[in-house]
Write a protein that binds this ligand. Structure first.
Ligand SMILES: NC(=O)C1=CN([C@@H]2O[C@H](COP(=O)(O)OP(=O)(O)OC[C@H]3O[C@@H](n4cnc5c(N)ncnc54)[C@H](O)[C@@H]3O)[C@@H](O)[C@H]2O)C=CC1
Ligand SMILES: CC(=O)C(=O)O
Length: 325
């Protein structure tokens, strides 16, 4: 892992629940030297800068937090886009599309010209569709435009598998692939050799068990949103980790949303992430059903991109193992 250059800046567009949680995580780690917050709600923006600033004055965080404009943000090392509407109870991520696409378009007109070295990290929903359009609107090379995708679903999957297998979550290596969306089901668990999860849980890897973990990861966001109005800590932590992989050129393999030329859309597949964004896709062996699920997912996403609207039926594939980092 290489060290980041001395002055590293991360701009966060949108300093609501997710943006401010991400900023706080970046300060605590710390990952960069400067966090720039941008939000059209001026009072909120100033209050967040002051409140987050208070978290930097003790200890040796060394991170400067300041308010900025979209133009400033366009020169940052990483621009994280959390700007946009969020789901109300019972709403799907896809229902946010027209509102958040309008916001995305206005962001890119205000940010231009973007530094050719900036990496864009999309968080706002529907994240796969917005990642696709950000790639077109930014004019940046496609390796520099990525979305958090199914990283959060994968963390949730790790959590439930770790609980069932009675091991630490860090010892579970499991990915949810495909779309970060609502109308999905987990594909079959990939049976690669050796099959440590199958060995650790010989009686549990049944179709019913897979259906129950699928339902758990699919319903996780809705249950939290119904109770507290948003999800923020999980995604804040995940987006901060992705920023770290980028700035430290860590070459970690993570499930991220990026452009899939053979599928004509952005969705999550394992990728090597480093200072230049997506360094390369990490090949993965999918069985027949997983591949079919992925293609159904891609076809749904293409339908939305082409103006097909909501309600895409989408499959997700999941790969697993015990012992991953
Ligand atoms: N990808 C993922 O796994 C997750 C995605 N999300 C998504 O993140 C987004 C943000 O969620 P929250 O922070 O809870 O919403 P929020 O409503 O608390 O904050 C959104 C902020 O964006 C700001 N904003 C609007 N237009 C802007 C612009 N042009 N430039 C800069 N800022 C702008 C708003 O003023 C607001 O303060 C939502 O779309 C939500 O669905 C949330 C959790 C997980
Ligand atoms: C809101 C959202 O996309 C999530 O928590 O998964």
């Amino acid at each position: 892992m290489t060290q980041p250059k001395l002055k590293t800046s991360i701009a966060i567009l949108g300093c609501g629940d997710v943006g401010s949680t991400l900023a706080y995580t970046l300060i605590l780690q710390p990952i960069c030297s400067e966090v720039i917050l941008v939000d059209p709600k001026k009072e909120l923006l100033e209050a967040q800068v002051r409140d987050l600033g208070d978290a930097t004055y003790r200890g040796a965080s060394g991170v400067r937090v300041r308010a900025g404009t979209h133009k400033d943000a366009g020169q940052a090392d990483i621009v994280v886009i959390t700007a946009g509407a969020k789901q109300k109870t019972g709403e799907s991520r896809l229902s946010l599309l027209s509102r958040n696409l309008n916001i995305l378009e206005s962001i890119f007109s205000s940010m231009a010209p973007i530094s050719p070295h900036t990496i864009l990290l999309l968080v706002a929903n529907p994240v796969d569709i917005l990642t696709y359009f950000a790639r077109r609107l930014s004019g940046l090379p496609e390796s520099q435009v990525l979305g958090t995708g199914t990283s959060l679903d994968s963390a949730r999957l790790r959590g439930i598998l770790a609980e069932k297998a009675e091991v630490a979550p860090s010892s579970i290596d499991a990915y949810v692939l495909g779309e970060h969306g609502d109308s999905q089901s987990l594909g079959p668990v990939q049976q690669s050799a050796p099959r440590p999860l199958a060995l650790a849980m010989p009686d549990q890897l049944t179709p019913e068990f897979k259906a129950s973990i699928s339902s758990h990861t699919r319903g996780a966001a809705g249950a939290i949103i119904a109770a507290k109005g948003c999800t923020a800590y999980g995604i804040g932590n995940i987006a901060a980790s992705i920023c770290k992989y980028i700035l430290f050129d860590s070459r970690s393999v993570r499930p991220l949303s990026f452009y899939q030329p053979e599928l004509g859309c952005c969705l999550s597949m394992p990728a090597v992430v480093g200072r230049k964004g997506i360094i390369k896709a990490m090949p993965i062996q999918l069985d027949y059903e997983e591949q079919a699920a992925l293609e159904t997912c891609a076809s749904g996403l293409r339908g939305v991109i082409e103006g097909g609207g909501e309600g895409v039926e989408c499959g997700r594939a999941v790969t697993e193992g015990v012992g991953g980092g």
